[in-house]
Write a new protein. Sequence first.
Length: 373
Amino acid sequence: MTQHNHIDHPRLLHELRADLVAISEMATARINQDEADYGDAALGHPELTDLVTDSLAALLDAMAGHEYSLEPAHRAGRLKAERGIPLDSLLHAFRVVGLAFWEVIVERAQPEERPALPKLSTRVWATVDEYSIVAADTYRRTLVAGGDQPDQRLLLTLLDPDLPPAQRANLGKRMRLPAHGTFVVLVGEIRLAATGVTTVRTLLADDWITLATAATPVKLDHALRSARTRAGASKPFSDLGSAPAALDQARLAFRCLSPTDTGIHTYASSPARALIAANPALATDIFSDTLAAFDQLHPTDADALIQTALAWYELGGSTSAVGAHLHLHRNTVLHRLKRIEQLTGSVFAVPADAALLYLALQTRLLQPPGQRS
């Protein structure tokens, strides 16, 4: 690539180029500090330093208005795809290097050179952006075209929302996924072991992600219902282009599980919990008075009242059914419901009150025990 607008700052450029090795070491150290994915097992320090040095040399060429090479960006994308470093970490590393280099530029600029800094900043960050785009494209192409990459690494690429549709279809073939099947994305430490169900599992941002597929929705649903491990599941889908959105659904579904829940919670199976899990801080703030009413009770007493109220909702408001379900006398059920009304000011017979109380109780269930006052 070639830059056309000349910016006159030869002294600064000469000093930066003369000190390029030390600047590269500093930037590499910052990457290692910020990104755990760049450990020695993934990418050795000399290799990473070489990539940073070559990238900074290209930045210096861009600053001088000279032709600069994109080869370091291609090499970074290819090498990090082969080593299994996540794409987000690759792009973050370019930003870290750009920021570290710009800090050095600002620090070393003389007063007479400072008027050129705004134009210089534009040029530096435009080049960093171009490098990021080129590296990301090479990264994706490497994973899609490579013949010996583990399926778990390919899954990371499949979940990338920016992956072109044609590459996604090719990726599905390489992962031996059925062209016409039912898929679901799961979040949680779960392993499905069911006949006729194929799974691929990987770790992404501290979440265990599983892509499960079966020939029919019934077979996949049966496998999910038999699971006892806590996990969140997306809605079933048949087009691999839906995989990134399904990951978002599965993550939200996982947040809909209370600390004591087991099994798989499917996205949108509980709209109330989904709304709460999407913004738990807001829900806690809105229902703070109601939540505080239960928090002031002994935990055993509060749990008994909440259990009774939830059974009342589940069984359609029948106190007799609640009594039979919980092995309580009907009068005990009525007494507990009345206590809840006195504590919260909500009335079960008023639909709006009952609806808001239900949301408050679900908010409390999703709170970690240590978060309750």
